[in-house]
Design a protein around this ligand. Structure first.
Ligand code: PLP
Length: 385
């Protein structure tokens, strides 16, 4: 089965009790047993729910994984994956990553004795230098958020030793990047983003081929209980059916937006893996089958100009999150990455002038007109040339 077919059919056979073609929303917390312990495989919905099981099978299939676990959010999925570590373990983490992941690692899990080192993982020497005798995990985001740096998944896997390689594949989506096939052990998603695709549901997932890792993640899912409700699971499953169609449009629009911005005099720098000027364009072509829908850029002039510009757009809503059909703009320093201390943030290149676009699938001409009009209307503040 090819990708688009799996998105529509994997885990989604006709309902065994009614023949319903679409997986029903099993809005139940519990299941009637014939006798104590005699049931149809379902006993309590924190542990297992048929709608959630269908979603888990669909998502596992999209990442070509044997096992899938769905969660109430991307952060809940991340926390479950981190539960494969214990106090005294060390993880090497990409330094340009989602602010909420940084917050979970630095302010929650480090209190439980897990040690994290943040490095630019596009620099393999820096990764090697960060490894310690107790390194048990490499945490990769690629492309990174928000600077769209690429990390070579195969190269990190080659130096992992006994450690587990985890890839947060939220930005690329399984349509454009398949980390397990490149050697990664676990893939994590915020399904809130491209997989759900319509900005109407929060969710997360962890996918793996490793039975032992799956067992630990599954145990945590039930023990801690960060599960999606059946309605959220159903919405995510419905969204994921059109992932291939949407990703092609996101990438087509994003490429055109990136090229437009790069050619504009008011734009100082554009970050998009699909641009020939991206320092890792060759790696992007090797590792991904498309470049995704995220574009970051810096306007000429001071930070106020970037904020002024963001407010003038008509179709790009000023909002957190990404990956929905509608276009969004965000100011990472004050929004998605606000939980990273300013000094750390700036050292990593997330400056106050940086803007991030989630390019939607509206008509490209409308998006380009919107950007063009807002740029023309955004003056340089007085006293700046
Ligand atoms: C790359 C990445 N990973 C994980 C998350 C967290 O996901 P959620 O918001 O669904 O908890 C986000 C959220 O923005 C993200 O961008």
């Amino acid at each position: 089965m090819k990708f688009s077919t799996r998105a529509i059919h994997a885990g989604q056979g006709a309902d065994p009790t009614t023949g319903a073609t679409i997986v029903p929303i099993y809005q139940t917390s519990t299941y009637t047993q014939d006798a104590v312990g005699e049931h149809k495989g379902f006993d309590y919905s924190r542990t297992v729910n048929p709608t959630r099981s269908a979603l888990e099978a669909q998502l596992a299939s999209l990442e070509d994984a044997r096992f899938g676990s769905a969660f109430a959010s991307g952060m809940a999925a991340t926390a479950a994956v981190l539960n494969t570590l214990s106090a005294g373990d060390h993880a090497v983490v990409t330094d340009d990553l989602y602010g909420g992941t940084y917050r979970l690692f630095s302010r929650v899990l480090s209190r439980y004795g897990i040690d994290f080192t943040y490095v630019d993982m596009s620099d393999l020497d820096a990764v090697r230098a960060a490894v310690k005798p107790n390194t048990k995990m490499f945490w990769i985001e690629t492309p990174t958020n928000p600077l769209l740096k690429l990390i070579d998944i195969e190269a990190i896997c080659a130096l992992r030793g006994q450690a587990v390689v985890v890839v947060d594949n939220t930005f690329a989506s399984p349509y454009f990047q398949q980390p397990l096939s490149l050697g990664a052990d676990i893939v994590v998603h915020s399904t809130t983003k491209y997989i759900g695709g319509h900005s109407d549901v929060v969710g997360g997932a962890a996918l793996t081929n490793d039975r032992d890792l799956y067992d630990v993640i599954k145990f945590h899912q039930n023990a801690v209980g960060g599960v999606p409700g059946p309605h959220d699971a159903w919405l995510t499953m419905r969204g994921a059916k059109t992932l291939a169609l949407r990703m092609r449009e996101h990438a087509r629009n994003a490429q055109a937006v990136a090229e437009f911005l790069e050619a504009h005099d008011d734009v100082a720098r554009v970050y998009y893996p699909g641009l020939a000027s991206h320092p890792q364009h060759a790696l992007a072509k090797r590792q991904m089958s498309g470049f995704g829908g995220m574009v970051s850029f810096v306007l000429t002039g001071p930070q106020e100009r970037a904020l002024d510009f963001a407010n003038r757009l008509q179709y790009f809503s000023l909002a957190e999150s990404l990956g929905g059909v509608e276009s969004l703009i965000c100011h990472p320093a004050r929004m998605t990455h606000g939980s990273i201390p300013k000094e750390d943030r700036e050292r990593r290149g997330v400056t106050d002038g940086l803007l991030r676009l989630s390019v939607g699938i509206e008509d490209l001409d409308d998006l380009l007109d919107d950007l063009r009009t807002a740029l023309a209307a955004t003056p340089m503040p007085a006293g700046v040339s």
